[in-house]
Ligand binder design. Structure first.
Ligand code: PFF
Length: 449
């Protein structure tokens, strides 16, 4: 059975939680979503979602996790009436494994590109588009890198909370910020950088459709690691003296900052080198390598860039894995090593299938989607928002208000002015908005459009 630990320091707890939030969602997805959907207008809606839904749901997960100091199943058993809602932990654990499976495929690509950057192959390649298409379709290479990435993930997890998760986050998070700043400065110094900044920051409200607004909300959920009990699990390792509202605010601010900095790092160079930002998801694998090729210092920059992505992604997969590892350890009484191994084995099998979705399994479709797309769709668009509703309703309506207030104020030791607005958002704003999004997704408002 796993020893229940705590993060050694408050800074370590924040580094690990920010590490979870900051990932491919910020550096890879946010910039192209914002770029394609109205720039500053998209960012404004995104920020609104972070404030009225993101922070309150983070706080909800933090309260549940820190109060119980248990894995998601144990926590729900303790806090829901009659312990009945603990079945929801199965949804969280399933969602977390689905997300790791498709996410680690992209992480595998990052590792391949990092190695190629180090070996100098990336900088000398002829046609980056063709190389990328060929690579993702290659069954051996893409599976191999996905599996190697998951092994790296396993090696950190097996070392436990303080020596594995916290230590890695303490080193990688500051380094990530430093590298981001270096890239931002480099990007702004390129000739014509203003065009990229204009593209990212000039608001185009006409680009905001309901579809885009919903995209912004989904992005906020994914980026903040919400609705999956990931933050609940990390908060179960927080100290009783930590301020939950402060921690939640710091995490939300830093996560958003990284997303915006990633946009500043990417778009000015894309415009400066005469490329188009429309490449979307393939931007970082096809467009950026060809830019590094032409840029002074491109060899070093390409290595640092993929290293930055590697750090951002592994601290996120570590946090997704911890949900099931805590469950396996505490509920199934497995040792930390075995729990990490089981998590990795599941992710390897499903991750390999997702990796093959770009090649030999590309014709294998369920509801018209490849496995990679299906896992992404089901977890990000269905299970995460469902988790968001679940945790906000649980905290807003079900859990005793005194318990919530005690937890937010550390039993009266802290003055928390934000408790009321947060609970209001959890009771009304978050669940209603998320339900509206669901209905919209099901086409219930088509008559309006
Ligand atoms: N927040 C991560 C990102 O932006 O890439 C993704 C993520 C991590 C989602 C952990 C869910 C999770 F539980």
């Amino acid at each position: 059975m796993t020893e229940r630990g705590q993060f050694a320091t408050r800074l370590g707890a924040i580094a690990a939680t920010v590490g979870s939030a900051v990932g491919l969602g910020n550096i890879w997805r946010f910039p192209y979503e914002a770029g394609q959907h109205g720039g500053a207008a998209f960012i404004a809606i995104y920020l609104l979602c972070v404030v009225i839904m993101g922070v309150p749901v983070i706080v909800a997960e933090f309260v549940i996790g820190r109060h119980t100091h248990k894995n998601v199943c144990g926590a729900l058993r303790q806090l829901s009436p009659g312990g009945k809602s603990h079945w929801f932990s199965a949804v969280c654990i399933t969602a977390s494994i689905l997300i790791i499976s498709f996410y680690s495929v992209v992480c595998g690509w990052i590792v391949e590109y990092l190695i190629q950057a180090i070996s100098g192959k990336l900088i000398s390649a002829q046609d980056h588009n063709a190389e990328f298409e060929q690579f993702v379709a290659d069954p051996y290479r893409s599976v191999l890198w996905t599996v190697l990435f998951l092994i790296a993930n396993f090696l950190v997890l097996r070392r436990g909370l303080k020596n594995g998760i916290e230590r890695v986050a303490n080193v990688m998070m500051p380094l990530l910020f430093v590298l981001l700043m270096v890239f931002c400065v480099n990007s702004m110094l390129q000739p014509g950088a203003e065009k990229g900044l204009k593209f990212l920051f000039s608001p185009d409200f006409s680009a905001i459709t309901p579809h885009v607004a919903i995209g912004a909300m989904g992005q906020a959920f994914f980026s903040l690691s919400l609705g999956l009990s990931c933050l609940l699990t990390y908060a179960s390792y927080f100290k009783d003296s930590d301020s939950l509202v402060k921690n939640a605010t710091v995490v939300a601010i830093l996560d958003t900052l990284v997303a915006v900095l990633a946009g500043i790092m990417i778009f000015p160079i894309v415009f400066s080198y005469g490329m188009t930002p429309e490449a979307g998801p393939k931007l970082i694998f096809e467009v950026l390598p060809s830019i590094f090729q032409q840029m002074p210092g491109g060899y070093v920059l390409s290595i640092l860039f993929f290293f930055l992505l590697f750090m951002a992604s592994i601290t996120s997969t570590i946090s997704m894995s911890e949900i099931s590892i805590a469950y396996f350890g505490e509920e199934l009484r497995m040792s930390r090593s075995n729990a990490s191994l089981l998590n990795t084995a599941l992710a390897v099998v499903l991750g390999a299938l997702c990796a093959l979705s770009f090649g030999v399994l590309s014709e294998f479709k369920i509801f018209g989607m490849t496995l990679f797309e299906l896992f992404d769709y089901v977890s990000s668009n269905v299970l995460l928002p469902l988790g968001g509703i679940f945790f906000s309703v649980l905290m807003g309506w079900v859990i005793d208000r005194r318990l919530v207030e005690d937890e937010l104020s550390n039993h009266g030791k802290l003055k928390v002015k934000m408790a009321r607005p947060i609970i209001f958002c959890l009771k009304y704003v978050a669940p209603i908005s998320i339900v509206l999004v669901f209905l919209y997704g099901l086409g219930a408002f088509n008559w309006l459009l």
